[in-house]
Design a protein. Structure first.
Length: 487
């Protein structure tokens, strides 16, 4: 139980299931609820996107945020998220009331005013992180997430005490919120913030760098990723800034929603099962093959992929190794979308191997569950992976993952025990790891032992939420530095 109901503002640009583009949305949808169950007074701060119009709002408690710099006025309105989680919505129609996604317009291009849109969100977070004498709620910790809310650390650093402590969680360092220097004056920050020791970055401004410099503590979403970002290439140009703050940095592994991803209760799969009824996986495999038009061949393992099609995810390695994978022999079921060249590559692979390769371009949540339940082996050959969730889903479903040893993949898959791990980002290394996996699959007794070991892993949010709670306590003490846990 949290001491004295520590007040935490979880500031985020997306939150599943309402607004989600990736892992941040999943974390924002799960971690605040896990913290609330532990007794924290946690509230989620989100922009008032059109997708949130149906939420109940407490208009009587609305807070007016005056214009500042080039930022228009806004309102911070209390609301309730599904499941009755407390929230605040930042209402600013000129910035948020528009079609499209949180970051991209309907044509898939960055909104040209993203600097203003997310500075406004960060400014609202900072406002709620200042102690006030009006009896209103204020945060003791502002938990900022990625570049979209990282600027809250800068706003609070230049605010008079008392103020909230700031934790910045880096979900993916590759996205840094870099904008032209001409945007700085619109942000309503003092001129000293635009310096090499502040948010200046090669003559431009970086929202993420501001957070890295000014936050009281920084964490990434896995221990290995916290080490990787302190050096090139995964520091993406910020490795020096991060290494200088290594004493304030740690990794806390993400969890997964163990109620949503549970083969014993999953409503999307053909036959529910658990570690004691693993024979039922065969029915899910047969149903998936029938759905995707794959040959019903019990003597061939079915490989699954659910992923964004990007170089980061190593999908080009799969294409390069595809003929060797199929000659093992094996079948392949793929769901995802992304870079057109990769989409086209997988379409061509499926066309060349009917009945052996099935590719669905797009995203289908129910099909993602059926691939996890129906596949024998799951492929995640990522070049880098801050945490990753599918490798945890896969283990929970007894679908043993083949992963590259990076980030959260290295932290969650035990080679030869709960999956198979390779190190070099090359097609040959992927093919060799998959060959080891297929050899194990051909040994039913060994395969069952590995499946049960994987399904016994606890990837729920409770343990991670406790580590965040310990970190909150540390940064709200009168004198504090560093992270509460490195695991």
């Amino acid at each position: 139980m949290a001491e004295a109901a520590l007040r935490v503002l979880f500031a985020t640009s997306e939150c599943a299931p309402l607004v989600k583009t990736g892992g941040l949305g999943d974390v924002a949808g799960a971690l605040p609820r896990a913290l609330a169950r532990l007794g924290y007074d946690v509230r989620v701060l989100l922009p008032a996107y059109p997708a949130l119009d149906g939420l109940g709002r407490e208009e009587a408690g609305a807070i007016e945020l005056a214009p500042a710099g080039g930022l228009p006025g806004a309102r911070i309105v209390p609301a309730r998220l599904p499941g009755d989680l407390a929230a605040y919505l930042v209402e600013c129609p000129p910035l948020y009331a528009r079609a499209g996604g949180p970051y991209l317009d309907p044509d898939g291009r960055d909104w040209p005013d993203n600097a203003l849109r997310f500075a406004q969100l960060a400014r609202a977070a900072a406002w709620l992180g200042r102690e006030r004498g009006d009896g209103g709620w204020s945060a003791q910790v502002v938990h900022a997430n990625d570049w979209q809310t990282a600027l809250a650390a800068a706003y609070l650093a230049f605010s008079p005490a008392p103020r909230a402590a700031v934790l910045l969680t880096v979900h993916n360092l590759a996205f840094q919120g870099i904008f032209p220097a001409e945007c700085f004056d619109a942000l309503a920050l003092p001129r000293e913030a635009f310096s090499i020791s502040g948010m200046e970055y090669h003559g431009r401004i970086s929202f993420l760098k501001a957070g890295l410099v000014y936050a009281d503590a920084i964490n990434t979403v896995s221990p290995t990723y916290a080490q990787e970002i302190q050096r090139a290439p995964l520091g993406f140009g910020l490795e020096g800034v991060i290494a200088a703050r290594r004493d304030a940095l740690c990794g806390i592994l993400n969890g997964i929603d163990t109620e949503l991803w549970n083969p014993a209760t999953d409503p999307f799969i053909a036959r529910r099962y658990d570690a004691d009824t693993l024979a039922a996986k065969a029915e899910n495999r047969a149903a998936l093959r029938a759905e995707l038009g794959l040959a019903d061949d019990a003597g061939v393992p079915l490989l699954g992929i659910v992923s964004r099609f990007t170089e980061q995810k190593g999908l080009d390695l799969v294409l390069a190794a595809a003929e060797r994978l199929l000659d093992a022999p094996a079948q392949l079921a793929v769901l995802g979308s992304g870079e057109p060249a990769l989409e086209d590559g997988f379409r061509r692979l499926a066309a060349a191997h009917p009945g052996r390769v099935a590719v669905v371009v797009g995203f289908d949540e129910a099909l993602a569950h059926r691939i996890e339940a129906g596949a024998d082996i799951f492929l995640m050959p990522s070049r880098f992976e801050p945490c990753g969730m599918n490798q945890m889903y896969s283990q929970r479903y007894g679908t043993l993952p083949v992963v590259r040893a990076t980030g959260g993949l290295a932290d969650t898959v035990e080679d030869g025990v709960t999956g198979f791990v390779f190190r070099e980002p090359h097609a040959e290394a992927l093919a060799a790891a998959l060959a080891r996996a297929i050899d194990a699959w051909r040994d039913p007794a060994r395969w069952r032992r590995m499946q049960r070991a994987a399904m016994a892993r606890d990837f729920g949010w409770t343990q991670s939420a406790r580590r965040y709670g310990a970190l909150y306590a540390q940064i709200t003490r009168p004198i504090s530095s560093g992270c509460a846990s490195s695991a």
